[in-house]
Design a protein around this ligand. Structure first.
Ligand code: DX5
Ligand code: ZN
Length: 238
């Protein structure tokens, strides 16, 4: 038996209606919202930055959990602006920084508000309202051994299951050993998967031990996102 939270990525939605799309995903049963920030440098695509996040926070109110996936070359630069904009968790890429330890500390001290999602996280019990969650992401070509030294200092490891940059790509099943290994080594760590995850692939992720599941196009491009989210939850709650 496994349980996991479902976080739609709104990257593939109608970007002119982003606030409405976020609300729609929450109404359809999303546990949290995965927000993909791309700078056109770390990845070959551009999405949005903290001004957009600030607007989204105003649009959706205080409760939806904003999981920021920072696909940017200088993750240090956006911690404070994202905190001010209303982010709840800040996930940076290991490949994008030379000093992960310092960045983890900066994020931890940034005062992002912890809310609802990932209530299993043991480190967060103490004081949720003033605890900032830190995520660390690795691209498909980065080994889990490179992430391991930081695992006890973070709340969530993000194992990418596509090359970051675009929605709608094919799920890389050969990333699952990374998830398995992390789960075996760090039982209380939140582990997120991102890229190509939908009704056909989610069981692989859950079996391997992922407990935060991002699903973009499979949910957002569906004519019936509510049913897709329900289906995804069904798989991870059995
Ligand atoms: C890829 C992004 C993902 C992506 C997921 O660079 O980080 O969050 O939008 O979308 P799907 O589920 O369509 O692969
Ligand atoms: Zn993402």
């Amino acid at each position: 038996a496994y349980t996991a939270k479902i976080g739609p990525s709104i990257l593939s939605s109608d970007l002119s209606q982003l606030g409405r799309e976020c609300e729609r995903m929450m109404e359809c049963g999303a546990d949290y919202l995965h927000l993909d920030v791309m700078d056109g440098h770390f990845v070959p695509n551009i999405t949005f930055g903290h001004p957009m996040v600030e607007c989204l926070r105003k649009a959706v109110g205080p409760n939806p959990f904003f999981d920021m996936h920072m696909m940017v070359s200088r993750p240090e630069q956006w911690v404070k602006p994202m905190a001010a904009a209303g982010a709840n968790q800040y996930t940076f890429h290991l490949e994008a920084t030379t000093n992960p330890g310092n960045l983890i500390k900066e994020i931890r001290e940034s005062g992002m508000k912890f809310c609802k999602v990932a209530d299993k996280c043991p480190k967060s019990k103490a004081n949720r309202s003033s605890y900032t969650r830190v995520g660390l992401a690795i691209k498909p070509g980065t080994t889990v051994e490179e992430l391991a030294p930081w695992a006890r200092q973070i709340d969530m490891a993000l194992v990418m299951t596509v090359e970051p940059g675009f929605g709608g790509q094919r799920f890389m099943e050969d990333m699952m050993p990374k998830v398995n290994w992390l789960r075996s080594q760090f039982p209380s760590l939140d582990i997120e998967v991102d890229g190509g995850v939908g009704p056909d692939t989610i069981h692989r992720c859950a079996e391997a031990g992922a407990n935060m599941i991002v699903s973009g196009s499979a949910v957002v491009s569906s004519s019936d996102p509510r049913s897709v989210i329900a289906l995804l939850k069904d798989v991870v709650l059995e």
